[in-house]
Write a protein that binds this ligand. Structure first.
Ligand code: SAM
Ligand code: SF4
Length: 325
């Protein structure tokens, strides 16, 4: 369906858990994380029911996220259930990759279409400094397993952090030179703990990549679910992408809504506004009633974010691991 600004909404990001086995500094605090109780999180059956209603509204693509989605038991069963929903054409996953190697075969058999692996650095000490866990070998094993899996398209997502992973932009981009993998740089957004970190911009990265790989070519076409922009470098197998909410705002092309682990449907990442679908479902709402709530929320999707205004009224205060990124 289209929202009040004429944007066609066809993509939902579903966060399946607030738990994570890493503690990336810009996403989760070191300790004292208050976790949702198991019963507060939507069950797989509840998520599949909502997916059917989303599909009726023209949403055909689902991204599973978290927290760390692979830390939720038997995620492949959810993938399988979602793929069987009429109208759902694509189910993809965003993960830190550390639990991927042992799950990839089951996920592929369940019909997973693509995986995004979050990897901010290839340097072990830096990885540990950013994620507070010594899990780089496991993440790389996950990446290799994904690259080796022919049914699953693989992307890498890196958040460029000022003063931290600048040395890694070229080695990470080189993975797209050597493999059929898109490497994307995602500008840090001032959400949750992200407010405390300075990111680097698309233009900063392009400048560094040009020095090493030559002039890029702008690519047109749809290469993902979202408003990323892509470039190619000579001799590269994969593409380089940018998701630059701060310096290249793309709200007029935004096509997504978000569902939190506790079943709260959010039409915009920046704003706390949304609707409690879990409460409605558990109080006996019919599919028609849920559909009306979803339709209203999509229609009312805000025109754009205002990340530049730190005092924005109604801004989201939850940390990213509770929203799903
Ligand atoms: N654990 C999974 C992972 O890391 O891919 C899925 C959830 S994580 C919240 C999804 C993505 O959000 C990750 O790529 C992470 O780097 C990104 N992220 C977290 N906080 C962010 C922020 N403040 N600004 C931009 N991206 C952020
Ligand atoms: Fe976990 Fe992903 Fe957040 Fe890192 S970015 S703490 S891996 S949820």
């Amino acid at each position: 369906m289209t929202d009040q600004y004429g944007r066609e909404i066809r993509y939902v990001r579903i966060s399946v858990t607030d738990r994570c086995n890493l503690r990336c500094r810009y996403c989760m605090p070191r300790e004292g994380v208050k976790q949702l109780a198991h019963g507060d999180i939507l069950s797989y059956d509840e998520i599949i029911r909502l997916a059917g209603i989303f599909a009726g509204r023209g949403i055909s693509r689902i991204k599973l996220t978290g927290g760390e989605p692979l830390s939720r038991r038997d995620l492949w069963k959810l993938v399988q259930g979602l793929k069987a929903v009429d109208g759902i054409q694509q189910v993809t996953l965003t993960t830190n990759g550390t639990l991927l190697a042992e799950q990839i075969d089951r996920l592929a058999d369940a019909g997973l279409d693509a995986v995004n692996i979050s990897l901010d650095t290839l340097d072990e000490a830096q990885y540990e400094a950013i994620t507070r866990r010594a899990e780089l070998p496991a993440a790389l094993k996950g990446l290799q397993a994904a690259i080796a899996c022919p049914q699953i398209r693989t992307k890498i997502n890196c958040v460029p952090l000022a003063g931290e992973n600048e040395s890694q932009w070229v080695p990470l981009a080189a993975i797209a030179r050597d493999h059929a993998v898109d490497v994307r740089f995602i500008e840090m957004m001032p959400i949750g703990l992200g407010r405390e970190y300075a990111g680097r911009t698309q233009d900063d990265i392009l400048k560094v990549l040009r020095e090493r790989f030559g002039q890029e070519t702008a690519l047109t076409g749809e290469f993902g679910n979202g408003p990323g922009t892509y470039v190619g470098f000579a001799g590269f197998t994969g593409r380089i992408g940018f998701i630059s909410a701060m310096t290249h705002k793309f709200c007029e092309r935004c096509n997504r809504v978000r569902l939190t682990p506790e079943g709260y449907l959010k039409p915009c990442l920046q704003y706390a506004a949304g609707v409690d679908l879990r409460g409605a479902m558990r109080s006996g709402a019919s599919d028609e009633e849920l559909d009306q709530m979803i339709g209203k929320m999509i229609y009312e999707k805000p025109c754009s974010h205002h990340f530049e205004n730190q005092e924005e009224p109604g801004a989201e205060l939850r940390q990213m691991s509770r929203i799903g990124g």
